[in-house]
Design a protein around this ligand. Structure first.
Ligand code: IPD
Ligand code: CA
Ligand code: CA
Length: 268
């Protein structure tokens, strides 16, 4: 992607993310019209939908040939990542948004021909912006994030994960997971995959594991993590298909094989 165009997209994306954040903060105490999607705990609100519509409107008006892959379905129905694709989660952490009114984020990843060029994750209530361009480093607000330490000691690791490995044993062996949880220093659950990627990039968590994430949960986070020397794959170590749901592991590159080995014990 042409560097001048990329800078323009980056500036627009940041401007729109801030604008959307202002709207969410202004309207979050109005009736949210909460509905459920795939199950009773899969929530969506009026503001998830309106925020995605806001981005789709801006993008389609400014860049007619760009595509949008968005969680709420107002973008395009894509079967390939050819061209420039904005992968958007208008509110990542909707359950936090509804119940806690904090710890949710807007996540915008911009990919060109399948390559992650820009990643933006905005913690709306903390007013913290994580942002990265491929090859130019990752930032938290104005501060450049240092490369991740090549930490490899499992017993010193803090790993983000939720309880779904208990219910979802297609990808991991339950006993291996129990042992892994005992072996590491601690677990954290923030309830927003985008923020958990951002915290991994920031180095305040040593990695993040999830049994099922969609492209919009991870598109921006992958760019951030890449820029600090991290690696993201599925739970078997395979490259991700950015058009499908996957079980994922993101962490510093040195740790990656070691964590996978631990998770896969009992399966191989
Ligand atoms: C969810 C959050 C959550 C993760 C779920 C996602 P949503 O996104 O990122 O932390 O565990 O898998 O679906 O629905 O709040 O955008
Ligand atoms: Ca999400
Ligand atoms: Ca969402």
């Amino acid at each position: 992607m042409n560097v001048t165009l990329r800078d323009e997209l980056y500036n627009h994306a940041i401007e729109w993310v801030h604008e959307a954040g202002n709207i969410i903060r202004d309207k979050m105490n109005d009736p949210l019209d909460i509905q459920t999607k795939s199950n009773a705990n899969d929530l969506v609100t009026k503001l998830d939908k309106e925020t995605e519509q806001f981005f789709v409107g801006k993008i389609k008006k400014t860049y007619r040939d760009h595509f949008v892959l968005g969680e709420e379905g107002y973008g395009d129905d894509l079967s390939s990542l050819a061209g420039t694709v904005w992968i958007i989660d208008p509110i990542d952490g909707t359950m936090n948004f509804v119940h806690q009114k904090r710890n949710f984020a807007i996540s915008v990843g911009i990919y060109h021909d399948g390559v992650g060029e820009i990643g933006i994750i905005y913690d709306v209530m903390a007013n913290t912006l994580y942002h990265a361009k491929r090859g130019e480093g990752a930032y938290k607000n104005d501060v450049r994030l240092p490369a991740l330490m090549e930490k490899t000691k499992i017993n010193e690791a803090i790993i983000g994960m939720n309880h779904f490995w208990l219910c979802e044993n297609r990808f991991v062996d339950e006993r291996a997971m129990q042992q892994f949880v005992k072996d590491i220093r601690g677990t954290r659950v923030y309830g927003s995959a985008a923020l958990e990627f951002a915290y991994t990039a920031e180095g305040i968590m040593d990695g993040y594991i999830s049994m099922s994430l969609s492209p919009w949960d991870i598109a921006a986070g992958i760019v951030l993590v890449n820029e600090v020397g991290g690696k993201t794959t599925d739970i078997d170590g395979n490259e991700l298909n950015m058009l499908e749901k996957s079980p994922i592991l993101t962490c510093n590159s040195a740790f990656h094989t070691k964590i996978l080995d631990n998770l896969q014990k009992g399966r191989k």
